[in-house]
Design a protein around this ligand. Structure first.
Ligand code: GAL
Length: 638
């Protein structure tokens, strides 16, 4: 695994560059990402290019043996371009333009902007596509960031109508698919259809689902314009995009099909602060990040990248954008780096080289402080480089448990949650975390992935079940856990005629209910909160409510889970199913996580207190650490 950094030569005096680059190499870094926000310096006026500075920066990096990952600058179109084409701005839900002055101020559907994005990409690709120092390209930056996937623009509405014609063929088919007879929503032609926003009450969910699919396809198409140009003009270079954490606005599997490598930006402390974690977890792990946050995304993006994935931005210290931004515990930057290695990353690249004393991110740490001295992150990057050298190459990730995640299915529960706290992504995360609490290795896969070789599968919540997955699950030689709401909708957002889970197992979900906080159903050794389904089935129950209603039923090696599980129930199910699969689940102490890579074993201590792992190290050849793991401690052995 390589180490790298994100560097912005355009933001610093050129007299500093040589020293920066020398120190990067000395630190053990071999990759540097540049350029992704530099459009106004590359093309200061329309069609007047200033390549000099970028030529010198790339040559300098190349001369020092640092491979360049060059970003296309399409996330930050310059002011002159916006002024020439003001309707390229995205339109928010209230119908207002999202204006110039930060970033991502563009509309994916605007054909004029798409042409401009192609033009600047081609200019960069023609100039640097065959430069020996350029080893990879990043398209744009964090598609969808700041909620920019959906736009209510005229361009998007027009493109949506064309998309609908392609999907439905004729207007009668669309009316049937959406059930528009309900509330007199019927359309006479595709021209009458608008984006589903600013309706008086909830818009038709089938309309919204098609709108979400369309918006996702627009991201795919926008990205493909760039990958087509880069593939032709820059042969042999990896094409990559940096995806985000806990983000579902577009189908990442689909975008990644056009890439060689799936990248992602890892900010464990910011994600802990901003997402669904309890107040208690937010305090206990405030300086480490929840023990499964980084790993969940490593395993997700390994699946997106068909095995090839990078951490493109690694948090190096406090960030600026969460509600609260504490400093990581000393050692965490190193731990996060080695954890990516354990999950098979090819690269961990820190964001950013030096903290900027100006503009929006001046409170975001870098490896270096604004005064050019090393910050804590620099020391830990050096330590990680030494550890990686001591460990050597990590072997291939094991095939053990497959967890299926579908963006289309996540949109279904986002569109119609039915209970305010029903979040399909959170449910997937909870099941993932339960597997990890038992030391298991998980691959997060798209619903069309083959499952051959896996010992067990988990389908947390997949309202729309693709046919291919039904077959793959039936063929799997091992236990399968199927979560609530799976098979509960057709592709047109209807309840299936056979009722959920639509023939997947011999049972029918005859009623669903959501439960406000405090309204709970007692089970044997479990409490059901948020969601419960009433089943009609002859299958035997393995877990029940105290009133006898089934909560988990069994059909062969498969289980159907009829409610939102608490951690006690998930732990029991993981122990039972993984035990049947012969995976040897071991309940781990709170905060300890394990991962296998080939014949290597990694242990990470996310707890704020020390842990002892001597039991794991019997007869081991220890490469890093030892039986006493301090907070943020790492051990590696074979
Ligand atoms: C990412 C983004 C970077 C920077 C970073 C700050 O979302 O790609 O440009 O803003 O966050 O943590």
């Amino acid at each position: 695994m390589r180490l790298g950094v994100c560097w912005y030569p355009e933001q610093w005096p050129e007299e500093w560059w040589a020293d920066d680059v020398r120190r990067m190499a000395e630190m053990g870094l071999t990759r540097v990402r540049i350029g992704e926000f530099a459009w106004s310096r590359i093309e200061p006026d329309p069609c007047r290019f200033d390549w000099g500075w970028l030529d010198r920066a790339i040559d300098l990096l190349h001369g020092a043996g640092l491979g360049v990952i060059l970003g296309t600058p399409t996330a930050t179109p310059p002011k002159w371009l916006v002024d020439r084409m003001p309707d390229m701005l995205a339109i928010d839900r209230a119908g207002r333009p999202r204006r110039f002055g930060s970033r991502r101020h563009y509309d994916f559907s605007h054909t004029g902007y798409r042409a401009e994005a192609a033009r600047i990409t081609r200019a960069l690709a023609e100039r640097y596509g065959r430069h020996p120092g350029v080893v990879a390209w990043q398209t744009d930056n964090e598609y969808g960031c700041h909620f920019t996937t959906l736009s209510q623009s005229a361009a998007a509405a027009a493109a949506f109508r064309i998309w609908l014609v392609r999907r439905h063929g004729n207007i009668d088919a669309l009316n049937r698919a959406w059930g528009t007879v309900f509330w007199s929503q019927e359309y006479r032609s595709f021209d009458e259809i608008d984006p589903p926003t600013l309706t008086v009450t909830e818009p038709n969910p089938a309309h919204v689902l098609d709108w979400r699919r369309f918006a996702s396809d627009e991201v795919v198409a926008f990205n493909r314009v760039q990958t087509d140009i880069l593939r032709a003009a820059s042969p042999g270079r990896d094409l990559m995009h940096n995806f985000m954490g806990f983000f579902t606005e577009f189908d990442h599997h689909e975008v990644a099909r056009d890439l060689d490598v799936a990248g992602w930006d890892s900010y464990p402390l910011g994600f802990l602060d901003q997402f669904w974690f309890s107040a208690e977890e937010k305090l206990r792990f405030a300086r480490q990040g929840g023990p499964d946050i980084a790993a969940f995304h490593h395993d997700l993006y390994r699946g997106c990248g068909r095995g090839r994935w990078w951490v493109v931005e690694q948090q190096p210290g406090p960030v600026n954008w969460a509600s609260w931004n504490p400093a990581p515990l000393p050692g965490m930057v190193r731990l996060w780096t080695l954890e990516a290695m354990a999950h098979g990353a090819e690269l961990v690249s820190y964001f950013r080289w030096r903290q900027a004393p100006f503009a929006q991110e001046q409170l975001h740490a870098g490896l270096l402080r604004p005064d050019r001295e090393d910050d804590q992150g620099a020391h830990e990057a050096r330590q990680a480089a030494a550890d990686i050298a001591a460990i050597g190459a990590a072997g291939p990730p094991p095939k053990s448990v497959a967890l299926i995640l579908s963006y289309e299915s996540l949109w279904v529960t986002e569109i119609q949650p039915q209970g305010r706290d029903f979040n399909g992504l959170e449910l997937a995360y909870e099941m993932y975390a339960a597997l990890r609490r038992h030391g298991l290795d998980v691959d997060i896969l798209p619903p069309d992935a083959p499952l051959d070789g896996y010992r067990m599968a988990v389908v947390p919540c997949l309202p729309i079940m693709p046919e291919a997955l039904r077959g793959a699950l039936a063929r799997l030689d091992g236990p399968v856990l199927i979560g609530p709401r799976t098979g509960s909708r057709t592709a047109d957002f209807r309840i299936p005629d056979a009722l959920p889970p639509d023939g997947q197992l011999p049972l029918k979900v005859v009623r669903v209910e959501s439960l406000r906080p405090g309204l709970e159903l007692a089970g044997e050794g479990t409490t059901v909160r948020r969601w419960f389904e009433t089943l009609e089935t002859a299958l035997p129950a393995e877990e029940s409510l105290t009133d006898g209603r089934p909560l988990v039923v069994r059909a062969g090696a498969a289980r159907y889970l009829a409610g939102w599980p608490d951690r006690a129930l998930l732990d029991r199910l993981v122990e039972r199913l993984a035990g049947e699969a012969g995976l040897d689940p071991i309940p781990l102490p709170d905060g300890l996580r394990l991962r296998r890579a080939g014949d290597l074993r990694f242990a990470f201590n996310y707890a704020p207190e020390p842990l002892r792992i001597d039991g794991l190290l019997a007869d081991a050849e220890v490469l890093v650490g030892g039986p006493d793991l301090p907070p943020a401690g790492v051990a590696v052995w074979r």
